[in-house]
Design a protein around this ligand. Structure first.
Ligand SMILES: [Mg+2]
Length: 233
């Protein structure tokens, strides 16, 4: 497994962790949070379908929003199977994404959720699971930070979760940072320097994925069961 150096990322200071307002988010992924998270993400993706495909049209083949919307509809369908553990549910999500999302995004998002599902048998610690997902994306896509891919968002999120500094503004900043980058991976890399000046669509959908997580966390924050699990909340 390719190790991703999160320490190096943090010191690059693209996102000012210290300036961010610490928030006591939910740190464990249980069935309730996973459902709420995917519900919020599905809603955002369906809303932004045309926007995401438009971003893809600038430097790719213009289907990212439509692909993700189809994939998330399939993901929501997986919740109809009752009494699934977090690990089983993550696996079903992975298969839905792999089978329904075309392009590079399906295998990349799918790999992330599949490896998270395997890890979720042993841990439901969110920052650890997202780190495992980021590593899976790095392995599957062979990308590094700064290659203008979804990894430019995913790679930072575990540290932000760990330090309780994950914020909507920080996520927007991460996605925005892909704009001046020249694509080194995927279809956009064929454009060379002409890929500069455009947002990476996968980074933007990943921004939305983690913004959905924030929304789900804050919606559930007052839930007594979650508060009990997190101790200090
Ligand atoms: Mg595409």
């Amino acid at each position: 497994m390719k190790a991703v150096s999160y320490d190096r990322l943090v010191t690059k200071n693209w996102v000012n962790f210290k300036a961010a307002v610490p928030r006591g988010g939910i740190s464990m992924l249980d069935e309730t949070l996973l459902f709420k998270w995917m519900t919020e993400f599905d809603h955002q993706i369906q809303t932004d379908k045309a926007y995401l495909s438009g971003l893809d049209a600038e430097i790719g083949d213009g289907d990212h929003g439509d692909n993700m919307a189809r994939g998330m509809s399939a993901v929501m369908h997986t919740f109809k199977t009752p009494n699934q553990s977090v690990a089983e549910q993550l696996k079903a999500i992975a298969f839905a994404l792999i089978s329904k999302v075309g392009g590079a995004a399906g295998p990349l998002y799918g790999s992330a959720f599949l490896r998270m599902s395997k890890a979720a048998v042993d841990t439901q610690q969110l920052d650890q699971l997202i780190q495992i997902g980021a590593d899976a994306i790095a392995d599957r896509g062979g990308a590094n930070f700064g290659d203008k891919t979804m990894l430019d968002v995913w790679a930072y999120v575990p540290a932000m979760l760990e330090h309780h500094t994950l914020s909507s503004a920080g996520l927007a900043q991460l996605a925005a940072h892909t704009k001046p980058m020249q694509a080194k991976k995927g279809r956009a890399s064929y454009l060379g320097e002409r890929s500069v000046g455009h947002l990476d669509p996968g980074a933007v959908s990943s921004q939305e994925l983690f913004q959905a997580l924030l929304k789900a966390q804050s919606a559930l924050k007052t839930s007594p069961n979650q508060a009990l699990k997190n101790g200090t909340d």
